[in-house]
Design a protein around this ligand. Sequence first.
Ligand code: IFM
Length: 509
Amino acid sequence: MPLTRRQFAQSTLAAGIAAALPAGLFSACSVSSNAARTAGSAPLSSSHVQQFDTSSEIAFPRNFFWGAATAAYQIEGAWNEDGTGESIWDRFAHTPGKIKNGGNGDVACDSYHRWREDIALVRAMNLNSYRFSISWPRIQPSGSGAINSKGIDYYSRIVDALLEARIRPFVTLYHWDLPQTLEEAGGWPSRDTAARYADYVDIVARALGDRVSDWMLFNEPFAFTYVGYLEGSHAPGRTSIIDFLRATHTVNLAQGAGFRALKATRPSARVGTAFSMQSWESATDSEPDRLAAERAHAITNLWFLDPAMKGRYPDALSFLPETAMRLRSGDLEKMRAPLDFIGINPYRRTIARAPSMIERISQTQKWLFPVVMADSSQGPKTSNGWEVWPQAMHDIVMRISREFNHPPIEITESGCAYNDGPGPNGIINDTDRIEYHRRYLQALARAIAEGADVRSYHAWTLLDNFEWAEGYTQRFGLTYVDFKTQQRTIKESGRWYAKVAAENRVSPS
Ligand code: IFM
């Protein structure tokens, strides 16, 4: 499903941004990008060829965290139980035509009732870190004011059970389920949402911070602001360039405010964000193509990271008028949040090239943002059309490591959709998924060997679940879920991953 750029294509600014944020950028959603793939066919330079030795066993550092990740709306269900409030995803998924095959997260994996089973899966895979998210409307049903104690109790029980099993609770505070009441008050484009978010973070930090020490403020801020406010295929489904720009700025303010709220309550907490990041490659070694790839990296990977770590937006955004984002004096300081670690969700690479003269003449927006997505279909494809490209893991980790002075890095997600089901013997033989994780881990190990300070790897995802606009059509899990019976069966990939975690090493095959 190529990303659309419909409503805003007429305005010059909008056209610039539309070109700036091209199709299929996100690990955030299972969209494939046929338009992008056919956009160019420049020859690949030698740097695109994956050459590294994978013939021997690779050990990971001592104390490495092996984990799996999930998100509340994708697994919990129980959307209207125990006093929880409506989220933008409830509203969006209940709107006909928004989700493939009419799916929604009303039940999902029913993890709200089956969380013990799900923690048992984490244990069965020998994992020592479980990344899960907290649903804001379960804690504060209308996004401000009254606290729902049943929501707090639910997550408190999960944290206790994880600690008892000697598994690190690794908590995401926001994985896209904004309380619907806040959306009606303006949503992320409204500055006030940053203050509401900081209040919510404070509540959760007070309730769980005595037992949780590792937190992520956001999951993939670039993805949810873009797909939710500009492209419109995710909740809340808006398609406004101005809303998108303002949402990005509020989220940056919220990242700063949430960081301070957490540290004020729990000074020793480790606080980061999980960023959607992809490795941008230049289609050729030419100067214009290299500049195009650089600009794409700055915009898609650094829009929320530079403000936190450096207190400013990337230079590549300097063409945007400050009024478009409603930047006020003092905001740069407010956005600063010296994160204790950088969470990276690497799934794939993208190849960029500069537009040709004909493209520049025929598409005025290319003057504003000269980047075109070139063909990147050398590697095998997952069932949702994403190219498997392990080198992307190595490259993005090394790049962030270099550009941010060797920060602690957590791989907060990586994974693949393959829809294998049980064979006649009941076994789910998902060999492609094993190969994906094996090769991405080998690439990660190379980055570690070259000096990157990587602390963890979290497979996306523990169990098949609700894949946003794709509904239940894409299975990313290490565990197969029969959505009719809710029966869980660990796939062969889950068994393989359990061995990797137990041995702290990846074997060549
Ligand atoms: O399912 C999503 C997750 O919520 C965010 N990162 C990418 C995954 C796969 O699309």
